[in-house]
Ligand binder design. Structure first.
Ligand code: SF4
Ligand code: SF4
Length: 392
């Protein structure tokens, strides 16, 4: 996940919830929980799993990356079996996401079973379906956190992004219904060219609500590699302005040949609505299918997971290793690289633009050099993915 912009210190933002919980850097353990996490990562124990329960959604966001398949989603019975398998494999935390999780009629059967099995639960919902009675049932699950997207500070803007009506009003109703029941709510804002003008208002709204809050730049290509959503990505100039306004410290990730830019494959994975297991939310290279193999078998033996564990370090990212601005690169994502060029060990254009924006913010008056990826793309346009919109 691209760098989250930490906002008001009064609004704590959990680094483990940056879209996908493996996106954060592998850091030196500084407290017992971090130490435990580091140990689990070193030993490739599947600490957490994200389950996309459905690709059905009541909204139609312009940047949605889900691509529904023709095959049936996991049934209630298959979902219950999945939860048992995850518990047996040692998973401690589950993130339930979609699509929209509340469109699944059996959502509470599955979520209640997950809690009964002892999982810590993170829920991701668009928030529009959280009536008082639904909020009662969500609160009874005692989730660690409910994460909801805030994509505008007015109904008009939110509606334009979400392809819906009165979206902000409905989301705020859901947020307040949860807050009244003591549920920890976090709002995430993906900054797009459609809502950038309301960035400050979204901040103020989150402040007024007293929720945790983060803003992001990242726009993902579709799970099938389609890049239509990229037309809404911020330009490098806009990224630079946002970084400058927030004065967030640089988070250097490429600190040496053994550095990992994220924790993909180490202790978490993504399960699709159809039972496919992937390394993470972006890297949709199939590790295995739960309708054919057990979770434990896939986790232990899938070649893609084994490769990522062994090889996903800067030393094995040829272009990034020699990139003149790699120390400014905060957002390189194996999944986005794979979606853009079919190579999880490459760079990708959005991270390059963000690194250049960061370089120029940190070195006023100097223009950032091109990255090796950009040079390659310029000399051989056949490599270029459809990223033509919104670039300087
Ligand atoms: S590959 Fe990308 S989405 Fe996946 S864990 Fe790494 S940074 Fe996150
Ligand atoms: S080539 Fe792009 S993705 Fe790789 S280190 Fe440089 S800026 Fe980051």
């Amino acid at each position: 996940m691209l760098a989250a912009i930490s906002l008001y210190p009064e609004l704590p933002a959990e680094s483990l919830d940056r879209g996908f919980d493996a996106c954060g850097e592998v850091s030196a353990p500084s407290d017992p929980f971090e130490a435990l996490l580091a140990r689990l990562q070193n030993e490739a124990v599947p600490f957490s799993a994200t389950w996309e329960m459905t690709h059905v959604c009541n909204l139609a966001c312009v940047m949605c990356y889900n691509v529904p398949l023709a095959e049936p989603e996991l049934s209630t019975v298959e979902g219950l079996d999945l939860l048992e398998q995850l518990a047996e494999a040692g998973v401690l935390r589950i993130t339930l996401t979609g699509g929209e999780i509340l469109t699944r009629r059996d959502f509470f059967i599955l979520a209640e079973r997950a809690r009964a099995l002892g999982f810590a639960l993170n829920l991701k919902t668009n928030g529009t379906l959280i009536t008082e009675s639904i909020a009662d049932r969500l609160a009874a699950l005692d989730p660690l956190q409910v994460t909801i997207s805030l994509l505008g500070a007015t109904d008009a803007t939110f509606d334009a992004v979400a392809g819906s009506q009165r979206t902000l009003t409905r989301v705020l109703r859901g947020v307040q219904n949860l807050q009244m029941r003591g549920v920890h709510v976090k709002l995430n804002s993906l900054l797009l060219n459609l809502n950038l003008a309301e960035r400050e208002e979204m901040l103020r709204l989150a402040m007024d609500l007293g929720v945790s809050y983060e803003q992001f730049f990242k726009v993902s290509a579709g799970d099938d590699g389609r890049a239509t959503a990229m037309q809404h990505q911020l330009s490098r100039q806009e990224m630079r302005a946002v970084l400058a306004a927030d004065e967030t410290p640089l988070v250097a990730r490429m600190t040496g040949p053994t550095a990992r830019t994220c924790k993909v494959g180490l202790s978490s994975c993504l399960i699709s609505p159809y039972g496919e297991v992937f390394p993470c939310v972006e890297l949709r290279t199939l590790a295995g299918h739960l309708r054919r193999h057990s979770f434990a078998d896939i986790w232990a033996n899938a070649p893609i997971l084994q490769q990522l564990r062994a090889r996903h370090t800067l030393a094995n990212l040829p272009e990034c290793l020699v990139c003149p601005i790699n120390t400014y690169c905060e957002g390189r994502c194996a999944g986005l690289a794979w979606k853009e060029h079919g190579d999880p060990y490459g760079g990708h254009s959005l991270a390059c633009q963000q690194a250049q924006a960061r370089y120029e913010q940190q070195n006023p008056g100097q223009q950032a050099p091109s990255t090796p990826l950009q040079t390659r793309l310029a000399s051989n346009p056949a490599w270029a993915f459809q990223l033509t919109a919104n670039q300087e």
